[in-house]
Design a protein around this ligand. Sequence first.
Ligand code: ANZ
Ligand code: ZN
Length: 800
Amino acid sequence: MVEYNPNAIEKKWQKKWEEEKTFKSEIDSSKKKFYPLVEFPYPSGQGLHVGHPRPYTALDVVARKRRLDGENVMYPMGWDAFGLPAENYAIENKIHPAIITEKNINHFRDQMRSIGFSFDWDREINTTDPDYYKWSQWIFIQMFKKGLAYKSETSVNWCPSCLVGLANEEVVDGKCERCGAEVEHKLKNQWMLKITAYADRLIDDLAEVDYESRIKASQINWIGRSHGADVNFSLKDRDEKLTVYTTRPDTIFGVTYMVVSPEHPILEKYKDDIKNYDQILDYKHQASLKSDFERSELNKDKTGVMIDGLSAINPLNNKEIPIWVSDYVLMSYGTGAIMAVPAHDERDFEFAKKFDMPIIPVYDSKDELPVTDIEKGTAINSDFLNGLSATEAKKKAIEYVEENKLGEAKTNFKLRDWVFSRQRYWGEPIPMVYCDECGWVPVDEKDLPVRLPEIESYTPTATGESPLAKIDDFVNTTCPHCGKPARRETDTMPQWAGSSWYYLRYADPHNHEEIASKEALDYYTPVDWYNGGMEHTTLHLLYSRFWHKFLYDIGVVPTKEPYKKRTSHGMILGYDGQKMSKSRGNVVNPDDIIRDFGADTLRTYEMFMGDFSSVAKWSDEGVKGCRKYLERVFNLIDLVEDGDDYSKELEVSINQTIKKVSDDFENLKFNTAIAALMSLLNEMRALGKITKADFKTYITLLNPVAPHLTEELWQMAGFDGELNQTSWPKYDESKLSFDTIDLPVQVNGKVRGKITISKTASKEEALDLASKENNVNSYIEGKEFRKVIYVPGKILNLVV
Ligand code: ANZ
Ligand code: ZN
């Protein structure tokens, strides 16, 4: 008996796949294409952890199955390689980030190869390659030309001790991640991308794609579209309007005070009339230290100051109400001012409780206040709205407001334009030039890419400019428009740029003339199935959908949406049920698992460890169990005897397993597919012998999960060619159950056909199936039955 030796088997097949380019895909319009995509990783210095292979294996299973189904599968991989860790390492060690990045990429690639993924490695891309980022720059220029890229003063996170601008992920609890200093907000003129111009389409077009509902929900929530009205309240005794945005104009009779954001211009404008202006200035300063996120947290303690000297008039009942300043109202949303309805809004309620403001309910409900559910009750205390449901009242209130010129219906979005500048080195240079005469001018397309220059220090400058600002050779250039001396933009693009369109480049990665040829885009896009982490279902997905829609609008891509389908996997946790991290000492290195158990065991375990879309806890016992299972599969070959048909005893189980595994793989239910294969294995072992046909089907079904082992067994059994060149087994509908039989159907005493039906089927089912049987049907069509004799499990006899 030969021993299962995964290390030898796996190396052998990996070498063969690589040499023979087994998984290379080329445009072939005679074949249906299938483009599965997994998120390309940031090649960190730590190498792969066991979380990475979970999604990669999952779509590898689907990819391998689809190849056996006869589809032309293009499964690519690449590197999202710009980013902070390589840059910070460069700053500390004075090594060019490109060198570190290359080293890390080589390590990642080796690790991936050792797991046996069926990637088409000829399509590998790297976002830091000038041949790649040339096109990121090209897209930026197209956006600029369409008015979608513009400069604006926005706030950056500024560390006053490191003297650098920080990315959001470097700010932890309001402090600099590196030195712990309190982060400040500094205004800078930065490039912005106008994603808000696409807000409606980014929601509406979700109807056309097949995303998990939790993913659609995260897109919709982030965009945050709401329908309501802008309503004008006038300031008492002044010719001035204070406009609020409200989604509940129906609650206007319940307004007991107003609130403006600390940044609201009305404060400055009336400072001479405001008696407690000093107190307000002090409050403004306190608020400036908080992020919008902290300010809008629901259960934070409410603070505020009442404006002494200004008040407002409710336009519907002409009552005078006070105006407060509070940081729970943000200047960046709506109009920066609100009408407060404490009876029906959570935050207004807390505020009113704390500052003892009146609370007037405008819906009758037995529930405790605040009643925020719009379905609850009918309107009260609301004059002409009384008795209406909230939906009716909202409609009527908007009509009233519009008719009386008190305001207008309004749709608002939470989505903001995308800050597209970073003051860092390791990113794509933004291809713009500033000329004193011509303003901002894009670099000529023929001069792309604008390459990152070699520099000595990667540290941002003390004024917060990118280190590129110190390189005169880089900065000083001529205006592409008028030819006079001009200066290059020294900001670089953010981490998200390269990943916003990478899936397009895979279609034609070596093209020097365009992003990808029209032919390649027409054939391969859209992506058929994209799987990635839940942490990327908001921003990355939104940004790439935005870029794709823009490219669609300018005629570069053939479809409105980049991804037909999007699914998400759960994270892998350490033994202790905690997120894997170095400091906790619970990190599992896939290299160790491969060395000790083999790549097929790693793959099988990753797919077997639990429901794919939920989090799962790593367990060494589980790994050992999978290894044991594969050993048994290996030993199955000793039971093989001749025979081109399935063993009678196994026939039903095999057909059931084909059906189950086929369905489960397509529905990301890998754990139950593997469980079914394990149980079929037990049946085979109990029987003590199996036919070649049984064996062939078994290893084919397991092949997508354990490709090395099953190829080896294929060869050992003496089957022709390679397993990956054959086809996926089909099941026989009639053999899915032990109690189905082929029931003869007689018409007027002669057998005219057979139907496959359960032994216990009813007369109606039998008749129904019989009439669908072509031959039988030709004898009975249009005729009336004189007699129907049905003996379940034996015969159906029709007399016409
Ligand atoms: C009165 C009201 C009564 C409100 C009620 C809600 C419930 P969404 O749905 O998220 O768009 N709001 C408006 N601008 C704001 C700002 N700049 N900062 C903080 N809150 C603001 O939320 C819209 C609601 O949030 C608006 O409707 C307003 O409060 C508040 F029973 O007006 B509402
Ligand atoms: Zn010029």
